[in-house]
Design a protein around this ligand. Structure first.
Ligand SMILES: [Zn+2]
Length: 767
C-alpha cells in the first residue's frame, strides 16, 4: 500500500499541474452550465427504444414479424415498339398484429411520367460544368413518355378502388385485411421502356445502331408491394430517384414472352429450359454444371452474331420461379452471349453466370464469370452461405445495378477490343459490388429508400474485402506483387471528402435524397468507417464475429440501423456509441496531432512549482518525501543530472526502492532515465484511438496504442508520459495512415512538412 502511494505521487505531479491551471481559470470567470455532450455518452436519445419486435441486443425480438407478397405474372415484351405489357396476381400476407385498412403499391416507373415532380426536384440552376448526359436530359429533349398505364386493379373480376399519387398507389379493400390473413388481387398495366443510356436509369434498353438491335435490362417493371412494418408503418416515401427501394420478401412465378431468337436471364430458376434453349445450348449447359474451374460458353459469340440479323417475329415464353426474393428483374436480347461455371460455395453448388453482347468481348468472356464466382465465395465467408442457386452478371453500358440473383454491370472495351486497366478494374469492381448486393440488401433486406448506407456502405465495405481476396485468388489479374486497386475502403481515400467543405457534407445517417455527395456519403465513408472499425478499433476477430452475427440474425429479414449498431456491440463487448455517433451522426473528421514534447528528469531538489503545489495541499517539502520533476530549463536542473541514472538523481527514490523491494524484485525494476511528456492535441471532432510510433536514438522504434477512452475527460488535449532509458528522436501519430487523419502536418515530432497527394476523386455510377 505504502509503495503504491509513493509511486502514484510521481505521476500525480503531472496530473495536478493540469488541474491547477483549470481551477485558476474557473475562479476567474463564472461559467455557464451545460448538458452532457461527452462523446462517450450512451446513445439513448439517438436510437429507437428497443421493444418486442427489435431487442436491445440488436436481434429480431419475440414479436418480430414481416409481411410477404407473392406474385404470379405474365409479361410480354414488344421489342419493336419497346413496350412492356403485364398482368399480375399479388397475394399479400398480413403477418402484422394490426388490421390494414388499405394497401400501398409502388409504381416506380411513374418517375418517368412527363409531368413527374421528380423531374423538377433540383433547384441548383446552371452550374459552371455539367455532363453531356445531364445537359441533354435537361435541355435537349422532350421528357420521355414513360410511367405505368394502369389498366385494371381488381379482385376476382370486380374493380377495386385505387388512388395514384406520384409513384405510390393506394388500394382500398372492401374490408380491412385482418392480422394473419391474406389478400389476393390483380393488376394489369403497360409502359414504354426507356433507353437507359440516354435516359439514365436503372432499367431500360441500349440500342445498337450497327445491327439495329436492343439489349434490355428490365427492372421496376411491375407494380410492387410497399413494405409495412413496426418501424415505418407503410414505407410509402415517394421514389424520387436517389433513394432506392424498400421491398417485402415473397415467392414469384413469372412468364416472360420475348422474340423467339432472344436469350434471357432473370431472377429465379428457369422452369422450361428445354423449350427455350437450343439442343446445343442444353448440352453445353449440362457441361457447365460440372465445370468448376472455367466457364463454359453456353451461347457462343458466333450464334449471337448470327441471331442479330434474325429479328424473329415468333415468340417464346420463359418461365421462372423464385422463392424468398424481394424483387424480380430480367435481361433479354438476341445479341447475348451466355457463359456459366459451377462454384462450390462452402459445399453448395451455385452457378456463376454472365450475359453480354459481343461489344463486351474479349473482356467479359475472360473475367465476368470468374469474378462472380470469387465474389460469392468471399461474401459467403464474411456473412452466410449464399442461399440462391445462381448469380448472374449482365453487361449493360454505364450500368451498375443490383437485383436478386442478377445485376447489370459496366466495363466496355474499345471498338477494336482493347481495354485499359481502368476499364478492366472498373468492370471487376462493379461486378463484385453488384453481385455483393445479393447479400445486402437482397437478403439482409434493409430499407434503401431511407438508409442508403445500410446496403451501399456495408456492401462497399465487403466489396473491399472481396477485391483484396480476388487478387489473392487470381494473382494474374493484378500487377505482380501488388494489391487490388480498390477505389474505396482504404482510410486515406476518404480524406479529401472528410476534410472538404462542410456545406456539402451530410452525416451518414441522412436520407439519400437529401445528401450532396451520395457516393461519398452512402458508399465511401461508411465503407471506410467499417474498415477502420475492423482494423483499428475492434480488431479482425471481434469485428468478423459481430459482423457475421448481424448478417445471420437479419438474413431474410428487415434490419434497421439500430439493429446493426446494437449487434456490433452486443456480440463484441466493445462500447461503440462514440464511434457510431461520431462517424455516422456527425460530419466531424479525424485530426490528431502532437502539440509538444517535453523531456523531464526526476530530482530531490524542490522546484518552485513543486513547492507551490505542496503549499496548496497544505504541506511542505520537509514534511513530504516528494520527488520533483524538472526540465532542462528549470533552475533545479543541473547538467550533471544528464549523466546520472534515475536512482543517482534521486536518493529519495533510491531509499524508497531499497526499503520496499526485495533484492530479487529490484533486479526486475526498470530504470528509465528520461520521462517524455507528449502533449497530444485534437483539432478534429472525432475521437479515435491514439496510435503512436516512437523512434529512439539507436534507430529502434516501438508502436504504442492508447485506447480511444483517453479522450473521455478532455476532448481537445491529452498528455502521456513515456518513460525511456534511451533518447527519443522522433514521434509519429498514425504512422500507417489507418485513421483517415485529415491533416498529417501535425502528426510528427519534430515537425516535418508532409505533402499530400490527393487521389483524384470522382463520383460513381454504381447503385
Ligand atoms: Zn450499390
Amino acid at each position: 500500500m505504502k509503495r503504491l502511494n509513493m509511486l502514484c505521487s510521481v505521476f500525480l505531479m503531472f496530473v495536478f499541474a493540469g488541474v491547477s491551471a483549470q481551477e485558476t481559470e474557473q475562479k476567474e470567470a463564472r461559467q455557464e452550465g451545460h448538458t452532457n455532450q461527452n462523446k462517450f455518452r450512451q446513445m439513448y436519445q439517438e436510437l429507437a427504444t428497443p421493444n418486442q419486435y427489435r431487442t436491445a441486443s440488436g436481434a429480431p425480438g419475440p414479436a418480430y414479424y414481416q409481411n410477404e407478397a407473392d406474385y404470379k405474372m405474365d409479361i410480354v415484351l414488344d421489342d419493336k415498339n419497346s413496350t412492356i405489357t403485364g398482368e399480375e396476381t399479388i397475394t399479400y400476407h398480413n403477418n402484422s398484429p394490426e388490421n390494414l385498412e388499405y394497401l400501398w403499391v409502388q409504381l416506380d416507373q411513374n418517375i418517368r411520367k412527363k409531368d413527374a415532380p421528380a423531374l423538377q426536384k433540383d433547384g441548383d440552376g446552371m452550374g459552371p460544368v455539367t455532363t453531356p448526359a445531364r445537359f441533354a436530359d435537361s435541355y435537349l429533349q422532350e421528357p420521355f413518355d414513360g410511367g405505368f398505364n394502369i389498366k385494371e386493379v381488381s379482385q376476382n373480376g370486380t374493380d377495386l378502388k385505387y388512388t395514384i399519387h406520384q409513384t405510390m398507389m393506394r388500394i382500398d379493400m372492401p374490408q380491412p385485411l385482418k392480422s394473419g390473413e391474406s389478400y389476393t388481387f390483380d393488376i394489369k398495366w403497360s409502359y414504354n421502356v426507356n433507353n437507359h443510356v440516354t435516359n439514365r436509369a436503372r432499367s431500360g434498353y441500349e440500342f445498337f445502331p450497327e445491327d439495329g438491335n436492343k439489349a434490355y435490362v428490365i427492372a421496376q417493371f411491375f407494380p410492387r408491394m410497399a413494405v409495412y412494418n413496426d418501424v415505418e408503418g407503410w414505407q410509402n416515401y415517394q421514389f424520387w430517384g436517389n433513394g432506392e427501394f424498400a421491398l417485402p420478401f415473397g415467392d414469384y412465378e413469372v412468364n416472360i414472352t420475348v422474340p423467339a431468337d432472344h436469350v434471357m436471364e432473370a431472377t429465379g430458376e428457369l422452369q422450361n429450359r428445354k423449350d427455350v434453349y437450343t439442343k446445343d445450348m442444353m448440352k453445353r449447359y449440362e457441361q457447365a454444371k460440372k465445370s468448376f474451374d472455367k466457364p463454359v460458353i453456353v451461347r457462343t459469340q458466333e450464334e449471337a452474331v448470327e441471331a442479330e440479323k434474325g429479328f424473329s417475329t415468333k415468340t417464346k415464353t420463359w418461365t421462372y420461379k423464385a422463392d424468398m426474393v424481394r424483387d424480380f428483374a430480367f435481361s433479354t436480347s438476341r445479341k447475348f452471349i451466355l457463359d456459366m461455371m459451377a462454384v462450390d460455395v462452402m459445399g453448395k453448388d451455385v452457378m456463376a453466370v454472365s450475359l453480354y453482347p459481343k461489344e463486351g468481348n474479349p473482356l467479359w468472356e475472360e473475367w465476368s464469370t470468374e469474378v462472380v464466382a470469387s465474389t460469392l465465395k468471399s461474401y459467403s465467408k464474411h456473412t452466410f452461405q449464399y442461399p440462391y442457386h445462381k448469380a448472374v452478371s449482365v453487361h449493360a453500358k454505364n450500368q451498375g445495378m443490383e437485383y436478386p440473383m442478377i445485376c447489370w454491370n459496366y466495363g466496355r472495351p474499345d471498338e477494336d477490343g482493347n481495354y485499359s486497366d481502368r476499364t478492366k478494374f472498373g468492370m471487376m469492381s462493379v461486378i463484385i459490388h453488384e453481385v455483393g448486393h445479393n447479400f445486402f440488401p437482397m437478403i439482409v433486406n434493409s430499407d434503401e429508400r431511407q438508409w442508403g448506407w445500410m446496403d451501399e456502405g456495408i456492401n462497399t465495405f465487403v466489396q473491399y474485402l472481396a477485391e483484396q481476396e480476388f487478387a489473392e485468388a487470381y494473382p494474374e489479374a493484378v500487377a505482380p506483387n501488388s494489391k487490388y486497386p480498390s477505389r474505396r475502403g482504404e482510410p486515406s481515400k476518404i480524406v479529401p471528402y472528410m476534410k472538404g467543405n462542410q456545406d456539402f457534407i451530410s452525416p451518414i445517417m441522412s436520407n439519400p435524397e437529401q445528401v450532396h455527395q451520395l457516393g461519398n456519403n452512402a458508399y465511401g465513408k461508411p465503407a471506410t468507417a467499417l474498415n477502420i472499425l475492423r482494423e483499428t478499433v475492434m480488431g479482425r476477430e471481434l469485428f468478423d464475429y459481430a459482423f457475421s452475427t448481424y448478417s445471420h440474425r437479419w438474413m431474410f429479414k428487415h434490419p434497421t440501423p439500430e439493429d446493426f449498431f446494437r449487434t456490433m456491440e452486443d456480440a463484441s463487448s466493445i462500447d461503440l456509441d462514440w464511434f457510431w455517433r461520431g462517424w455516422f451522426y456527425t460530419t466531424d473528421n479525424v485530426d490528431i496531432g502532437i502539440k509538444e514534447v517535453n523531456k523531464y528528469y526526476v530530482t530531490d531538489t524542490p522546484t518552485e512549482a513543486g513547492k507551490e503545489m505542496l503549499k496548496r495541499y497544505g504541506t511542505t517539502p520537509e514534511e513530504t518525501k516528494a520527488l520533483y520533476v524538472v526540465t532542462e530549463d528549470d533552475a533545479a536542473f543541473d547538467e550533471s543530472m544528464k549523466n546520472k541514472s534515475l536512482m543517482e538523481n534521486s536518493e529519495t527514490l533510491q531509499a524508497y526502492v531499497m526499503d520496499n523491494f526485495s533484492e530479487e524484485e529490484r533486479k526486475n525494476l526498470q530504470t528509465p532515465k528520461y520521462f517524455y511528456q507528449v502533449v497530444f492535441e485534437k483539432p478534429g471532432g472525432l475521437v479515435m484511438p491514439l496510435i503512436v510510433e516512437v523512434t529512439y536514438a539507436d534507430g529502434t522504434s516501438e508502436k504504442k496504442t492508447y485506447p480511444v477512452q483517453i479522450w473521455r475527460k478532455n476532448d481537445k488535449v491529452v498528455s502521456k508520459v513515456i518513460p525511456s532509458n534511451k533518447e527519443i528522436t522522433s514521434i509519429t501519430i498514425d504512422p500507417n495512415l489507418e485513421t483517415a487523419d485529415v491533416d498529417v502536418n501535425n502528426n510528427s515530432w519534430p515537425k516535418k512538412e508532409n505533402k499530400n497527394e490527393f487521389d483524384e476523386f470522382k463520383d460513381s455510377a454504381q447503385d
